[in-house]
Design a protein around this ligand. Structure first.
Ligand code: ADP
Length: 811
């Protein structure tokens, strides 16, 4: 409530020039008030006086008394009535002197009547009293003079009726009384004038003080409230509303400088005008347009107390009542942020003090704004890293291109405001939309295709490879506005660049209001465009990979099928050849001819070797087709190994190699398929023999492995076949376990299985791994490298679990 009163009183007091200067009219009103205040007591006092007079008149000559007593009573009655009237009704002060004159006139009439009826000059004193009383009551010189004039006229008339010498003295006395009346009147008038002025000044000062207090209060409230607001739009809105309400200005607005510094843009304003200006992105060129443009350039306050007289002023239709304008720069240190724009409906509305107070306010607004900007930068940085993290996670987790691109647009929408966003890919002269956001529901943006025209925006982006920003689309003649979409006003297109540094498409962001994109926003868009390019690359890589993988898979299957078929098909004729060559060998006719014997032995050896190879192929085919069936029993590795080692004695001797098997006494038996394990160790020993030069050493050692080690719950055993051979390059430690991988020379393949570097089909280690892994074991090789001179040697480790009790559950 207080606010309303104070605001209402502003216009009367906020003018410095009027502040201590009272107008004649105001003074007259004030004096009328004084007279008005005096009327009631005067009416009462005189009323009583006339009652008394009515009584004293009874002592007069009865003929005279008969007239004067009723007249005095009537006068008392009139005065009593007047008093009653004055109490009941508030008469306007401008009638105060008239009423005062009426009272004086009534008294004058009584006096003249008394004088005329009694012809007693002494009663002139009565008129003298009336004169002095009038001079006292009335505070208007003309009325006092009228009263004096009337008195003299009346007195002169009465004297004229019966001239007498003694009247002369009374005339002099009356004259003196008139002089005295004038003196009384003027002294009183002067006193009252001074008093009234003093009172007026005091009131004005008090009002001025109140005004300043209010301004200071506003400063404090605005300061308190804005410093905690970190949302810039909210902050600006609160500030303009607060100033508008507190100071009752016609319009308050805030303009902020645009990133390029060429324009200031309306960001907040009071009333619907303010909202409209902000929404329409109303902007003024710095240094060129309006008082605001001037302040934005000179960065100092500007007070224009009559806009009509200022050539810089640009009239805004919606603010047609503006008469005076105060524009203050919003600056933090030397950092110019924008302007505070205050309009008033009166000429000369802004005093020097207003400029001071509002400048202080502008400083605070600028500081708060600066804080909010900093916060926003920090906040958007955080948001950016969060969004980027989200996008990159999606990039690494999903190959769903559509999902990733949509996520990119969604994330970008949280950092940059746009009404429509799209990712477009260029293909055969056409831009295809592959992701979109913000399109009207009736439109399927993924069906939108735009043909690329010469020199259009995409061509420009394609050639320059940098983003293209259009602050106002309406100014671009070549803009292709798509049917069914609201008119784009501000736009930015960011190129999508692939690994070969070619523009493959663009990220397009459109606004329906002409608020241009800032550099910062374009940078953000570029970051996300980069992500979109990665997503597109991933997607194409993935489809290429998927294709290659499919081809590989098909190849591998063909190979396995081939092995399966071939090995089975080979086995039948092989056993035939084997049987017949065996018959030949035992045939007596062949035995006697040594050449035949040699040929038949050759056939038999070849068949043996072929059998071996086919067996291996069948093994690997079984492993590949997961048809390997283990016949699990308790196997003692000690006896298993000694049997295997025995089969190689001849080969070892031939190659002058020593094979030692460490003590395996304490080794527990394991649950395994002995036939399969035999293959494992045979292959490893064959390889050790093959890749160790003559005179080398092969050592087989074994140890028990504690539960938990190598992921075996019950523990197991580790067997190591170590040789002093040519070793294996660490680069091949894994590949040698793949089927058909061998480093042996093809030329030596026909040579014996245990010849130095004798070839094999490259299946041995693949079978080893297949069988070991079927036992839930592990196999690997350790070797410092391959060197046929120094022979660093190799060590093949085979780890097998003690039991296979989880086997069935696992398979
Ligand atoms: P291959 O039938 O050729 O012996 P393997 O699968 O048994 O096929 O072995 C694959 C390759 O691993 C061999 O060609 C050889 O180069 C290498 N290799 C295997 N064992 C040894 C070893 N003990 N010392 C050196 N190289 C070996």
């Amino acid at each position: 409530m207080r606010d309303v009163e104070e605001k209402a009183s502003f216009p009367a007091f906020d003018r410095e020039a009027q502040l201590f200067e009272m107008s004649t009219a105001q003074l007259r009103v004030a004096l009328d008030h004084v007279v008005l205040d005096g009327l009631r007591p005067v009416a009462v006092g005189l009323g009583i006086l006339y009652l008394v007079m009515a009584y004293t008149h009874t002592y007069l000559d009865p003929a005279v008394a008969r007239i004067l007593v009723p007249v005095a009573l009537l006068t008392a009655l009139i005065l009593g009535g007047l008093r009653f009237f004055l109490v009941r009704w508030d008469i306007p002060p401008r009638y105060a002197h008239l009423v005062g004159m009426a009272i004086a006139g009534l008294s004058l009439l009584n006096g003249l009547l008394l004088l005329a009826l009694t012809r007693e000059p002494l009663f002139t004193t009565y008129l003298m009293l009336v004169l002095m009383g009038g001079g006292f009551l009335l505070l208007s010189t003309p009325w006092v003079l009228v009263l004096i004039g009337m008195t003299f006229l009346g007195w002169g008339y009465v004297v004229g009726l019966a001239p007498d010498n003694s009247w002369k003295q009374y005339g002099l006395a009356l004259f003196l009384a008139a002089v005295l009346s004038v003196v009384i009147h003027s002294v009183r008038l002067r006193t009252y004038r001074k008093l009234t002025r003093l009172h007026f000044n005091d009131q004005a000062r008090r009002n001025e003080l109140q005004h300043r207090t209010l301004q200071l209060e506003t400063l404090i409230t605005v300061n308190n409230s804005i410093n905690t607001i970190l949302d810039i739009d909210q902050l600006l809105h609160d500030v303009v509303t607060e100033i508008h309400q507190r100071f009752a200005y016609y319009y308050v607005g805030i303009f902020l400088v645009e990133s390029g510094g060429d324009y200031v843009v309306a960001r907040a304003g009071t009333g619907s005008v303010g909202r409209q200006l902000a929404e329409a992105g109303f902007r003024l060129r710095v240094g060129r347009e309006g008082l605001i443009g001037w302040v934005a350039q000179h960065q100092q306050p500007l007070r224009v107390n009559n806009v009509a007289l200022d050539s810089r002023y640009v009239k805004v239709e919606a603010l047609s009542k503006t008469q005076a304008e105060l524009v203050l720069p919003l600056k933090v240190n030397s950092n110019f942020l924008g302007v505070l724009d205050v309009h008033a409906e009166r000429v000369d509305a802004f005093t020097e003090k207003d400029v001071q107070v509002l400048s202080a306010l502008a400083e605070q607004i600028a500081a708060a704004l600066h804080n909010a900007f900093l916060y926003q930068v920090e906040h958007s940085r955080r948001l950016l890293s969060e969004r980027l993290y989200e996008v990159s996670r999606a990039l690494s987790q999903t190959l769903d291109l559509h999902r990733v691109l949509n996520l990119i647009l969604d994330s970008l929408a949280q950092l940059v405001s746009f009404d429509r966003g799209a990712v477009l890919l260029a293909r055969d002269g056409i831009l295809e939309m592959v992701a979109a956001r913000g399109f009207p529901s009736g439109i399927n943006p993924l069906q939108i295709q735009v043909s690329i025209k010469e020199d259009d925006v995409f061509q420009q982006i394609y050639q320059t490879q940098v983003p293209l920003m259009i602050p106002e689309i309406l100014e671009r003649k070549d803009w292709q506005q798509l049917d069914g979409l609201p008119q784009t006003r501000a736009w930015v297109g960011v190129p999508l660049i692939n690994v070969e540094d070619k523009v493959i498409g663009m990220l397009s962001l459109a606004r329906e209001v002409p608020v241009p994109y800032t550099e910062n926003e374009v940078e953000l868009a570029m970051t996300f465009a980069g992500q979109a390019a990665v997503a597109l690359r991933n997607a194409s890589l993935y489809s290429e990979l998927a294709l290659a993988y499919k081809q590989l898979e098909r190849l591998d299957r063909t190979k396995s099928d081939f092995i399966t078929v071939a090995s089975h098909e080979l086995r039948t004729p092989l056993s035939l050849i084997k049987g017949f060559s065996q018959l030949l060998r035992e045939d007596l006719t062949v035995e006697v001819i040594p050449e035949y014997c040699q040929i038949v032995n050759g056939i038999c050896n070849g068949v043996e070797r072929l059998q071996e190879i086919v067996d291996r192929m069948v093994d690997i085919a079984e492993i590949d087709s997961r048809a390997l069936r283990l016949h699990l029993i308790n196997v003692s590795l000690k006896s298993l190994l000694s049997v295997i080692v025995d089969t190689f004695q001849a080969a070892l001797r031939e190659r002058h190699l020593t094979l030692t098997v460490a003590s395996l006494e304490t080794l527990p038996s394991i649950e395994a398929d002995p036939e399969a394990l035999q293959k494992v160790f045979s292959h490893l020993i064959v390889n050790a023999i093959k890749y160790t030069p003559d005179g080398g050493k092969i050592v087989i050692s074994a140890r028990q492995v504690a539960p938990g080690v190598y992921g075996m719950d019950d523990g197991g055993v580790e067997i190591v076949v170590r040789d002093t051979g040519i070793g294996i390059d660490p680069d091949y430690h894994n590949t040698i376990f793949l089927k058909f991988y061998q480093t042996g020379q093809i030329a030596l393949h026909s040579s014996g299985a245990t010849k130095f570097k004798g070839g094999g089909p490259g299946l041995g280690l693949a079978i080893v791994r297949g069988i070991v892994e079927a036992h839930r074991g592990q196999v690997w090789v350790e070797s410092p490298g391959h060197d046929e001179v120094t022979c660093p040697g190799s060590a093949f480790h085979v780890v097998l679990p003690l039991s296979q009790k989880y086997m069935n559950e696992l398979v």
